[in-house]
Ligand binder design. Structure first.
Ligand SMILES: [Zn+2]
Length: 441
């Protein structure tokens, strides 16, 4: 509250005014911008340089226009847009801004629904997801589609059909049931694809009751029918510029009247869409159990591996060895140890003057005094060794990458030739591109 007269002398008051105007903190306090946050001051925190209101991001002024676009991207109505935004972000007068954005959208004006959705849900609400589902077919833009909607969560599944035969419909329903489970009851209309023998057999085999609308109970498939309307509207609005799948994602992740989104009701978690969301809101309550179990498993696996793993005895210069061919997994080639060049890594002298470098796990000590098999030609051996895949060994990491197939690599090989005229050939290094940051939208 700003008072007009204060109980101080005129001189003093003038002095305070001047000093107030030059005081940074006082200026901030006076600013109307900061006063907008007065009502929620108790909820504001700063996390990683971001101002949060509870678990929601407080969006700075410069990003609000962009966020409004994202909020309205699926062209859902004003109420849904507000629910969707309120869940994850905040700024003063955000509701007003959303109203303005939806009211001024050309696409939404063109495809405004004729009337309010008809009252439905003569069905009692099921007690869990995928207990009762409804399905319906529709055509859009010359193509046939099928919608499957869960009565518990209103989560829609949409698929394109090549034909509208029983066979095609059954094949699609199977993919949906494989994902979400087989419902106890499936509702549909009396279309030929649903009244066939084939469909009755499917229902029997997969163990669900199939109900169709009857003259007494004509609106039994109301949910699937209203889902079709919603999906068709999404398709129409998305048709020109935007991706229908994105609109579907936005629809599935937008809270319904009860404050929960279809995805949340079906899967028990929020799904990440095109709005920035705090990790806490995306992590289901049971996630820590999964993480603990997985971490425990890793420790066990390491213990098990370490128990089985054993140190191979080190090799001496002059030891005769067999070399594992990394591509075939056989131990056909033989050589003699020259020296240990790194821990567990040896330089092996092959016949014909070629030297190879190998990790200890790929070397087998040859029983003494036996040297029966003739060696393969050195050329072949060299080729195989350079073809070999990365094994994450010290060898692979310590040298420059090379490829014997290219002339450049051939030259590189020559420069690596040692004064003794031997060639040092290493397994080809596998170059992994750097992991890029996943772009946040
Ligand atoms: Zn719109």
């Amino acid at each position: 509250m700003v008072m007009t007269s204060l109980p101080v002398s005129a001189d003093r008051s003038e002095q305070i005014k001047i000093e107030t105007n030059t005081d940074e903190v006082m200026n901030e306090l006076k600013s109307t911008k900061i006063q907008d946050y007065w009502n929620c001051r108790g909820e504001l925190t700063v996390v990683d340089d971001i101002v949060m209101k509870g678990s929601k991001y407080v969006i700075p002024y410069s990003l609000r226009k962009q966020m409004l676009q994202k909020i309205h991207e699926g062209h859902l109505g004003e109420v849904k847009c507000k629910r969707r935004a309120r869940e994850v972000m905040y700024w003063p007068r955000i509701n007003q801004d959303i109203s303005q954005t939806t009211a001024s959208c050309e696409q939404c004006r063109i495809y405004r629904p004729k009337q309010q959705a008809e009252p439905l849900l003569a069905h009692p609400a099921p007690h869990r997801p995928y207990y009762k589902v409804g399905t319906d077919l529709f055509d859009f833009d010359g193509k046939s589609y099928i919608v499957v909607t869960d009565y518990f969560s209103n989560y829609p599944e949409v698929g394109q059909l090549q034909t509208t035969s029983s066979k095609a419909v059954i094949a699609y329903l199977k993919t949906v049931f494989a994902r979400h489970g087989v419902p106890c009851e499936l509702f549909s209309d009396n279309g030929p694809q649903f009244s066939s023998c084939e469909f009755a057999t499917f229902a029997k085999e997969w163990g669900f009751q199939h109900s169709t609308s009857s003259p007494i109970y004509p609106k039994s498939n109301g949910l699937a029918e209203s889902s079709v309307k919603i999906i068709k509207t999404l398709m129409k609005k998305a048709q020109d510029r935007e991706d229908f799948q994105k609109s579907l994602l936005i629809y599935r992740s937008t809270p319904l009247q009860n404050g929960m989104s279809p995805a949340q009701m079906l899967m028990g978690r929020r799904i990440r869409s095109n709005l920035p969301v705090n990790e806490d809101l995306l992590t289901p309550k049971t996630a820590h159990k999964v993480k603990e179990a997985k971490d425990g498993q890793k420790v066990k696996q390491k213990q098990l591996h370490d128990r089985k793993a054993r140190h191979l005895p080190s090799l001496k210069p002059g030891d005769k060895v067999r070399l594992r061919d990394i591509t075939t997994g056989t131990w056909r080639h033989q050589g003699q140890v020259k020296e240990e060049v790194a821990p567990r890594s040896y330089k092996i002298q092959m016949e014909g003057g070629v030297s190879l470098r190998r990790n200890r796990v790929d070397l087998q000590l040859h029983p003494e005094g036996k040297d029966t098999e003739s060696q393969e030609t050195v050329q072949q051996d060299k080729e195989k060794s350079t073809e070999s895949a990365n094994r994450g060994s010290e060898d692979a990491r310590s040298g420059p990458s090379q490829d014997s197939a290219s002339p450049a690599a051939e030259r590189l090989l020559k420069t690596m030739t040692s004064p003794q005229g031997e060639r040092l050939v290493r397994p080809k290094r596998h170059v992994q591109p750097p992991k890029r940051l996943i772009e946040s939208c």
